[in-house]
Design a protein around this ligand. Structure first.
Ligand SMILES: CC(C)(COP(=O)(O)OP(=O)(O)OC[C@H]1O[C@@H](n2cnc3c(N)ncnc32)[C@H](O)[C@@H]1OP(=O)(O)O)[C@@H](O)C(=O)NCCC(=O)NCCS
Length: 247
């Protein structure tokens, strides 16, 4: 279903309607979580109640919010606090998918809203899946389809008719031309450029600053200008330092 761009400004987020905000639990409390929390606060639709993070001691304060427990505490915390909405703030794509699966098994009633920074620009005909986050100054072009639980990081852009499959991500300052396709769980590094009509496979990592002018297959690491496949990789192999979050 087409998604309209958010029309809530940060000034509005400070207004009296703040009392009506829905509670939102954030899974993970790393640097990516801090970027997401900023977008959530500016968008003004949800009130962050705290974090769940297996890697931190309960009651640790991260930014303005407390770690309330680990992933196993989700059913109790959500029931006690009447929380229905959760965002998974884990940058590693495979790890985010794993946590989402675990969470959905434990708490099948949970909703995963998309988080759209107020400065993000979405074409009228763009489609965005549940749990996807579109961060500051990023752009999704006409007829592009972004699956569920994707990340479009700060200042990134996909042009017209692009496709990002579930749990894929593009790093800050990454650009993709029209009709580009990024496969499930694949990660495009900071500042990469992807030519129009390029297809990138599943579980592939494209390194920082790569210039991608040929298709890239599944399960490889590629980088350079022009980007070349450098080696194969396995599903779940770490490529950012967030893998330890929320096992
Ligand atoms: C590509 C990447 C996964 C590393 O792959 P790798 O196969 O493990 O490569 P290594 O780190 O072992 O480096 C091997 C060589 O390639 C070079 N290299 C690594 N990444 C490179 C890149 N993106 N461009 C050019 N050269 C690169 C290294 O400098 C090293 O060279 P050296 O042997 O002369 O020292 C990593 O560099 C990367 O880009 N990760 C993405 C990070 C990111 O964007 N995160 C998103 C944050 S929001």
């Amino acid at each position: 279903m087409p998604v309209k761009p958010p029309n809530v400004t940060s000034a509005e987020a400070q207004g009296p309607e703040r009392a009506a905000l829905l509670d939102l639990l954030v899974i993970g409390s790393s640097g990516h979580a801090s970027v997401l929390v900023d977008a959530i606060e500016l968008a003004g639709r949800y009130k962050v109640v705290g974090y769940l993070d297996d890697t931190r001691v309960c009651d640790t304060v991260r930014g303005n919010y407390r770690v309330l427990g680990g992933l196993n505490d989700a059913p109790t915390i959500c029931a006690e606090r009447h929380i229905s909405d959760v965002v998974i703030a884990i940058g590693d794509n495979w790890w985010r998918r794993r946590v989402q699966q675990k969470l959905s098994e434990k708490c099948p009633q949970l909703r995963f809203p998309k988080i759209l920074h107020p400065s993000a620009i979405l074409a009228k005909s763009a489609e965005i899946g549940e749990g996807t986050v579109i961060l500051a100054a990023s752009h999704v072009g006409p007829a592009s389809r972004v699956g569920a639980f994707c990340i479009l990081n700060t200042g990134s852009s996909i042009d017209h008719d692009c496709q990002m499959e579930n749990f894929s991500s593009i790093g800050p300052g990454t650009f993709a031309g029209g009709l580009a396709k990024i496969g499930e769980c694949s990660a495009i590094g900071v500042g990469a450029c992807i030519s129009d009509r390029i297809s990138i496979g599943r579980h592939t990592v494209v390194g920082t600053g790569a210039v991608v002018v040929r298709d890239i297959p599944d399960l490889v690491v590629a980088y350079g200008n022009p980007a070349r496949v450098k080696r194969s990789r396995s599903e779940g192999e770490s490529y950012v330092d967030t893998k330890k979050n929320c096992s």
